[in-house]
Write a protein that binds this ligand. Sequence first.
Ligand code: PEP
Ligand code: MN
Length: 364
Amino acid sequence: MKIDLNLTPMDQWIEGVKLPLIIGGPCSAESEEQVCATAKLIKEHTDIQILRSGIWKPRTRPGSFEGIGVKGLQWLNKAKEETGLLTATEVATPEHVELALKYEIDILWVGARTTVNPFSVQAVADALKGVDVPVLVKNPINPDLALWIGALERINGAGVTKLGGIHRGFSAATGSKYRNDPTWSIAIELKRLIPDLPIVCDPSHIAGNRDLIEPITQKAFDLQMEGVMIESHLDPDNALSDAKQQITPQRLGEILNDVVIRHGESDNTDFEIKLKELRSDIDKIDAELIETLAQRMKIAEKIAEHKKDNEITILQPGRYDEIMENRVAQGKKVDLKESFVHDLYELIHDNSIKRQTAIMNGEG
Ligand code: PEP
Ligand code: MN
């Protein structure tokens, strides 16, 4: 079911700001010199219009750099004065909102550690009542789409219509190449449920290291996300927070130059005709697939009846192993990835067991 939010299109958020919305700047404001010098380099090496900087840093463990506090807002204003860049910062409490508004920060965002807590989100939402400022809501740390949507609903409920999401990935298992697993499907599902909600990707917090920022940025644009937020520091190795993932403004300029922004639609009719043809092929195959799955389920039901009559258990693990091995091998021959065939058959088998259980218990 679609979710109805009252949204202002992103191109009407701030006059003169171009889309895709590109935000760059340090993870944290550390000193006036660092904020202003980074802003100048960003201005020099990129077309970015919005400077980010964390002032209050929610850290997982105490003892690391927890942000410079309100004086950082003055540094952001100084950088704005010197470069013309608009400013963005994270807010986590009503007091943060009040101060950020007092210092006329242009865009606010709610961090991943705040989105997980509906009480905190509601407190921030209440502080935003009657204020016309764009707000971006990061996904919660855990892969819980409902929690992300809930936060967006609370902020929108307070009357904020210049609202978007930030996809910053989800707590990853140890051993993952990402700091936070992108699990793109969650961002795609959010877009399906709220098509008008702009989503900005945060490759820095997904990557956790410099090497992955470019491919993640490219992927975000390929998925037609409305923007990116990338951490950039004049001296990344010596940054007080997230040093490993920050890049120099020079490197940021190169990445933004190298990524290709493909179009979502085309005015080339040959392209459109060919695309229509291919899509109609897919539709036909999908109809056959559904029909085949239904037939398979009917046979599974017959097997259940047969097992019931003969008092045999539903699950025979040997058979399951045999199916899995055999289908994965068949898949390999036609270039289907092992993990794909495996996951698919897990789903099919699981559903078939559920159906058979219902029949066995006379609920069929
Ligand atoms: C940040 O943007 O610096 C930050 C703290 O990110 P997140 O809330 O995504 O962890
Ligand atoms: Mn950071």
